[in-house]
Design a binder for this molecule. Structure first.
Ligand SMILES: [Zn+2]
Length: 274
């Protein structure tokens, strides 16, 4: 059994501030250890259910937050920028299950620690087929293309709710309750890891009952940016339609193409720095 793990960082128990999860800050070293422990807990839970192969795709910031030699399960480690498929780089149909570890809520969610959707400086809100969507939901487009179920998500309660929209049977390890975008009431890190491990085992023991994402196609992604410059720039990509002063729409009949066109929009948006 082969497991694909996409790891972020904002959803780790105890993390509440950008200074804790960006290279170059004194606190970062401590919090990256907490993330590493949570990733390893998910691997250990999978090992207990009989998993044998792991790929960890580091998907946070500079995408080099984990220490390869201390990854559990002899996991392969996919790190560093630039990755064309971003948070889903390396997934293919040879995998049996997907874990989203230390994920977070969307920019439009009520309160979720460090909430954003791909580019916080550019993107205010994203809808997929008319429904507010988080990074987890957008990444489900890639899972759908390869026919691999998303079986585990870890993070706060908002992360769980937003992931279940697209992967209704996903097992969730809710390791903190967000108070605001910059405050949360977290489990003790040891308890959080125990929960993640048990949810990973539970998910894989019920693998056959977990439905794969089935997002209706053709799918439409509607992006609302913070200002019109981003929307105008997005229309340089053929097929992207401006639907409002700050809004564009992308429609595609193939989930992977839809995701790729969205990622192209995100990468282009990073060229405008205010
Ligand atoms: Zn992140």
């Amino acid at each position: 059994m082969k497991i694909y793990i996409s790891s972020d960082m904002e959803g780790t128990a105890g993390v509440v501030d950008w200074t804790q999860c960006l290279h170059g800050n004194p606190e970062y070293g401590y919090y990256r250890e907490l993330l590493q422990n949570e990733v390893n807990a998910s691997i250990e839970g999978a090992l207990a259910a009989g998993a044998t192969e792991f790929l960890v795709n580091d998907s946070h910031s500079s995408m080099q937050n984990l220490k390869p030699a201390t990854l559990a399960g002899n996991a392969r480690y996919l790190s560093g920028k630039h990755k064309p498929m971003y948070m889903m780089q390396g997934l293919d149909s040879s995998f049996d299950a997907i874990f989203f570890v230390s994920y977070h809520g969307s920019m439009s969610s009520d309160s979720s620690v460090l909430s954003h959707t791909y580019n916080p400086r550019a993107i205010a809100d994203i809808k997929l087929n008319g429904v507010i969507v988080s990074e987890a939901g957008l990444n489900c487009l890639v899972a759908q293309h390869y026919g691999v179920p998303v079986v585990l998500v870890t993070g706060d309660e908002t992360t769980r709710i937003e992931t279940e929209v697209w992967s209704p049977d996903v097992r969730a390890a809710v390791v903190k309750e967000s108070v605001s975008r910059l405050a949360a009431n977290s489990m003790h890190p040891v308890e959080a890891c125990t929960l993640i491990k048990s949810k990973a085992t539970e998910a894989l023991n019920n693998l056959s009952a977990i439905r794969k994402p089935a997002i209706s196609m053709p799918g439409t992604i509607e992006i609302t940016f913070h200002n019109g410059d981003f929307a105008e720039q997005a229309t340089w990509i053929p097929g992207t339609t401006r639907t409002g002063a700050k809004k564009v729409e992308i429609t595609d009949s193939d989930p992977l193409n839809l995701f790729k066109r969205f990622i192209t929009t995100v990468i282009l948006s990073r060229t405008i720095v205010e």
